[in-house]
Design a protein around this ligand. Sequence first.
Ligand SMILES: *Cc1c(COP(=O)(O)O)cnc(C)c1O
Length: 369
Amino acid sequence: MDEMPLLLTPGPLTTAPATRAAMSVDYGSRDARFVALTAELRETVTRLAAPSAPEAFTCVPLQGSGTFSVEAALGTLVPRDGKLLVLVNGAYGRRMVDLATRMGRVVEAVTFDEAEPVDPAAVADALAGDTTISHVAVVHCETTTGLLNPLEDVARAVAQAGRRLLVDAMSAFGAISLDAATLPCDAVMASSNKCLEGVPGMGFVVVRRSALSDCADNAHSVSLDLHAQAARFEKDGQWRFTPPTHVIAAFVEALRAHAEEGGTEGRGARYRRNCATLVDGMRRLGFRTLLPDALQAPIIVTFLDPEGPSYRFADFYAALDRAGFSIYPGKLTAVPTFRVGCIGQVQPADLQRFVETVAHTLEDLGVQP
Ligand SMILES: *Cc1c(COP(=O)(O)O)cnc(C)c1O
C-alpha cells in the first residue's frame, strides 16, 4: 500500500496504530468481552461529559456518523409540541435547523455572521420574546470556520430563561472541557472520530437521565430513538440492532489513549501546540486566518486563499497530497478559503513539516500568499 497522507482534516482523522489494531478482533455482539467494552465506553464518555455529576447522565451510543446522533437527540428530546431555537453561525447550526424542520418540529433560528460567535444577549432576547421556545441548540466549536462559541455564557442565558439546552460538541469533545451538569445542559452530542481519535462509524449523546425519562415514544424514528436505545443498554448492556463492533473496539482503545495523554486537558494542550505551530508558520509565509486568535478553537483553522490568478485549490490540494498531507476545502460562501485541521494523531513537528511543505509547494506553483 502507498503511504497514506497525514489527515489534517476534521475527521476521519489519522489514528494511532493501537486504535486500528483493536479492529482485528471479530467480536460477537453478545460476547461478554464486547458487552464489557460497551460498558467501559459508556462509563468513560459519561465522565468526560459530566465530570461533576456523571450519575445524573447516561451515555447513549448510536450507530452512524455524528449527524445521526444529532438527529436522534433533537428528535427524542424536543417534544412534538415543543419549539426549538437553533443558534446558527455556520453549516452545523444550519444542519440542526434542517434536521428539526424535516422531522416536523417547530424550529426557529437566530443567525449570526460566520466569523462572529453567537451572542448570549441575543439568545436572552429571543427567549424573552417567545415563551413557546422549549429548547435551544448550539454548536460548541463551529467546524465550518473553527470558531469556538461562548458555551458557558449561552448556557447561563438559557438556564436563566428556564429553557433546556442541547449542545453539538462534536468537534470539541475530548479536547475542550465542558461539564454538562454545571453548564447546565440536557444533552451533549459527539462522535468517535474527532478529538477522541477513534475511527468513524459511531456517535453518542450524553443525556440527562431526568430529561430522557420523559421522552418515551417521542422520537419520529425507530432507529434514531434515543429513549429506546438507552432502555436496551440499561436492560442488558447490549445494543439495539447490529453494533459496529470493530468501531467500538477501536473507540475503547482510543479512549484509553486519551486518558493516558492526560484526558481532555492533555489532549487539548497538544492540539493547542499543533494549532500555534500551524498558525505561526502559515502567517510567516504570508497567509491570513479568517478568525482572530481570540475566537479560534485549536481544532481546525480557516485560511484565506492566496490572491492572484495562479492559485487554484485543486492544484494546491493535489501537490500537498503528493507530499503526504491531506487538507480540507473551505466551506464559506462569502470568502474563498481552505482549512487545515490540528486534530488526530498529529504532533507539532508534523505541522512544522506541513508549513515547510506549503512553502515549497507555493514556490513550485508560482503562487505568492
Ligand atoms: C463533524 C461534525 C458533525 C457531524 O458530522 P458527520 O459528518 O455526520 O460525522 C456535527 N457537528 C459538528 C460541529 C461537526 O464538526
